[in-house]
Design a protein around this ligand. Structure first.
Ligand code: AP5
Ligand code: ZN
Length: 214
């Protein structure tokens, strides 16, 4: 399967991706995780991306299209992929169609994580992540077994620099202005599925499974 996950910051894309990935043997390509890795490693890409990310603005289309083009060539993506946080502009969506067109493939399904803005601040400010695996926790909704510690590795958890109420405002602004048109783009192509993503995490998983098995 070739899937795209779209939704505002904190809508649950990164929470559901590992489950879908295991169910269908897909690779999980999260542009946000890849960019944060590049920023931490201070690569040329990370240096270019950092300023926009810190402000909650989108990184340029060329940069993210480049990293996705490269990442999709990985052998683990042979059976298909989950794009988490990409495409986020109509230009990115068109470039993606172009890349897939060259391989004679296309996107099968786009999952739209529909959540009202009002509940996102609590989700974002309570999030703790394990940077190297991308696993995320929430102090109230998905607490780790030991506070501040990753369940699997025992590594310390951290909070994302952009997970503040102020930066969330500009991330949401970017979502409404630049990413919502991508939802219409896929609706017109007939591949869009809307998910009620305000439900508790396990119920969202059930909804995802329903959409993917239909
Ligand atoms: P990115 O990392 O993609 O951030 P985002 O889109 O803002 O999304 P989040 O990761 O915040 O949300 P999520 O939906 O994954 O939520 P999660 O499952 O963790 O991008 C970061 C930055 O990189 C961007 O601002 C931009 O600068 C740049 N960038 C990335 N891609 C780009 C692109 N294509 N083009 C240009 N720039 C790009 O859940 C959040 C919290 O809620 C967690 O604590 C979780 O435990 C909890 N939770 C999850 N589901 C539920 C539930 N159902 N009920 C209760 N709690 C829940
Ligand atoms: Zn995420």
């Amino acid at each position: 399967k070739r899937l795209v996950l779209i939704g505002p910051p904190g809508s649950g894309k990164g929470t559901q991706s590992p489950i879908i990935k295991d169910d269908y043997c897909l690779c999980h390509l999260a542009t946000g995780d890849m960019l944060r890795g590049a920023v931490a490693a201070k690569t040329p890409l990370g240096i270019k991306a950092k300023e926009a990310m810190d402000k909650g603005e989108l990184v340029s289309d060329d940069l993210v299209v480049g990293i996705i083009d490269e990442a999709m060539k990985k052998p683990s993506c042979e059976k298909g992929f989950i794009l988490d946080g990409f495409p986020r502009t109509v230009v990115q969506a068109e470039k993606l169609d172009e890349m897939l067109g060259k391989q004679g493939t296309k996107i099968d399904k786009v999952l739209n994580f529909a959540v009202d803005d009002s509940i996102l601040e609590e989700r974002i400010t309570g999030r703790w992540i394990h940077p190297s695996s991308g696993r995320s926790y929430h102090t109230k909704f998905a607490p780790p077994k030991v506070p501040g510690v990753d369940d699997v590795t025992g590594d310390p958890l951290i909070q994302r620099k952009d997970d503040t109420p102020e930066v969330l405002k500009s991330r949401l602004d970017a979502f409404h202005k630049q990413t919502e048109p991508v939802i219409d783009y896929y609706a017109k192509k007939g591949v869009l599925a809307n998910l009620p993503a305000e439900k508790p995490p396990k119920e969202v998983t059930t909804e995802v499974q329903k959409v993917l098995s239909s």
